[in-house]
Design a protein around this ligand. Structure first.
Ligand code: HEM
Length: 498
């Protein structure tokens, strides 16, 4: 009888402990923004598994909870910011407080615990790496980009001429152009469009993107790695990242054999190797640029620079097919201002309509709808709410770009919204942040804008894009829901313009 009573008491104590733990596990820290009630352990992870567009789900949640709300993903609390003013507060006014990155399990693994730029915490080493990346990108934009695009464009032209008049998916040829530009900046050489190494690189990046989608639950509940299906995906993710790094390391090793530290650096790898050598010689901060850092910086720039620009150009072609009048207006502006010669970067200021169309493509497609999650590195506030240290901070760029307070009929493609009454580009429009801003803003913004302008304006100058026969609806609509927002795969019919 006594034994039975003590077992009962133990069970009661365990149940009380379990409920107490559950209560604290799901209890919103005081002063945090409102949000859905989380389940114990998994929190609001079911939202992630819905296979919907997360940025749209978040935007819909604002109707219930307001422009900022909190969610619990697995073990971590997060806040989602969906409007301009709160985004400015988080990214600009409190740029330091929210400049961390969520220590995601998968990315920690693939970046050797943040030895890259994208997933590194905001340390002086990360700042130094960002500075080097900016330097390399700025040099490439002023010295190499235009002539490189002029070399790549005829290859794109060959493919388009071959396909003229028959429906085809433009994704591959756009990717080939973008990959060649980034390869030239990072490795100092382009590829032949048929080069197996280039196709291997494209394939592995595609596969890593697919695997990232499958691994995301791990980033919030690390213990999920012991589940059979997650551990299989994790294994695949590891294998793919090793394959990717092997390609990057082949390029780095090739440079080690051939580059001369006394000559000016011509590409990202040369710049990093040269900086490393200078650092070692002065012995000041040698450990700030190890071989591992070099591998990850190059990998980051390649990875971050390819999919986002490809997606933007795919949105561009799709929007042109849906809006043939816009396409003709660009063609006319190009004819009037530059005639037959290829567009140059210095033409940008003289082509306001073309520029406005590109900005509208960036808004309408929003290639990076949730950007990269930030993290509060100290206790802080956003609006009237508390945001404790460690909270993940999501900026919903999609919500900003579709906020009817700032955009009339945001669901419509209207380039004119970026032009003032004198047909001049409106500068610094609120609620428009395709590249994010502040301390962690996109490192490649200048390059992305320049390459998209050069490729897009050349395409419209020389080709007309039409919908495939039988395609009656809009083409520019959402496709897969990965980190990067691509339009649904589509076919186009291209006609060379005389
Ligand atoms: C249309 C093209 C692009 C778009 C829409 C885009 C957008 C973004 C966004 C939204 C972020 C997150 C910023 C944040 O955390 O607040 C980001 C970060 C980043 N982007 Fe881009 N990006 C593009 C092209 C590029 C290119 C061409 C490169 C380099 C070659 C690049 C390199 C990076 C890097 C390194 C980061 C991480 C910065 C950090 O964590 O400190 N991006 N980008």
């Amino acid at each position: 009888m006594l034994e039975c009573t003590s077992t009962m008491s133990l069970v009661v104590v365990l149940i009380v402990l379990l409920f107490t733990w559950m209560y604290f596990n799901i209890r919103r820290p005081s002063g945090m923004p409102p949000g859905p009630t989380p389940y114990p352990i998994i929190g609001n992870v079911p939202i992630l598994l819905e296979k919907k567009k997360l940025w749209n789900t978040f935007k819909d949640m604002t109707f219930k909870y307001g422009p900022i709300f909190s969610v619990k993903f697995g073990w971590y609390w997060g806040v989602v910011i969906n409007n301009h003013d709160l985004t400015q507060e988080a990214l600009l006014t409190k740029f330091n407080e929210f400049s961390g990155r969520h220590p995601s399990y998968t990315f920690d693994l693939s970046s050797d615990h943040g030895k890259d730029i994208v997933f590194a915490q905001p340390t002086p080493t990360w700042k130094f790496h960002r500075k080097l990346a900016h330097l390399a990108i700025r040099k490439f934009c002023t010295d190499g980009l235009e002539s490189l695009v002029e070399k790549v464009i005829p290859k794109v032209g060959d493919v388009l001429s071959e396909k003229a008049g028959t429906p085809f998916d433009p994704k591959e040829v756009i990717k080939l152009a973008v990959y060649n530009i980034i390869a030239s900046m990072c490795f100092g050489h382009e590829y032949n469009f048929k080069d197996p190494q280039l196709h291997k690189l494209m394939k592995v990046i595609d596969e890593i993107n697919d695997a990232i989608g499958n691994c995301s639950i791990l980033d919030f509940i690390p213990a999920a790695r012991f589940l059979p299906s997650t551990s299989m995906n994790l294994g695949l993710f590891r294998k793919l990242t090793l394959e990717y790094f092997a390609i990057i390391l082949t390029e780095v090793n090739q440079h080690l054999r051939t580059y001369s530290p006394d000559e000016p650096a011509n590409d990202v790898i040369e710049l990093l190797l040269k900086t490393q050598k200078d650092e070692l010689e002065t012995d000041s901060s040698a450990s700030k640029l190890t071989d591992v850092h070099i591998k990850h910086i190059v990998s980051d720039l390649f990875f971050a620079g390819t999919d986002t620009s490809t997606a933007s150009l795919l949105w561009a072609v799709a929007c042109m097919m849906d809006n043939p009048d816009v396409q003709e207006k660009i063609k006319k502006e190009l004819d009037d201002v530059i005639g037959d010669r290829p567009p140059r970067l210095s033409d940008r200021g003289k082509l306001p309509y073309t520029e406005a169309v590109i900005m509208e493509i960036m808004r309408y497609g929003t290639a990076s709808p949730l950007g990269l999650p930030h993290r509060a590195i100290e206790d802080s506030t956003i609006g009237n709410y508390n945001v404790p240290v460690g909270t993940i901070v999501f900026i919903n760029h999609w919500a900003l770009h579709n906020d009817s307070k700032y955009w009339v009929s945001p669901e419509k493609f209207k380039p004119e919204r970026f032009l003032d009454s004198t047909r001049t580009i409106k500068q610094r429009l609120p609620s428009f942040l395709p590249f994010s801003t502040g301390r962690r803003g996109c490192v490649g913004e200048a390059l992305a804008k320049a390459e998209i302008f050069l490729i897009f304006s050349w395409l419209i100058q020389n080709y007309k894009f039409e919908k495939a026969p039988g395609e009656t609806g809009n083409v520019a609509i959402t496709g897969t829901c990965q980190l990067t927002h691509f339009p649904r795969p589509y076919q186009t019919v291209v006609h060379p313009r005389g």
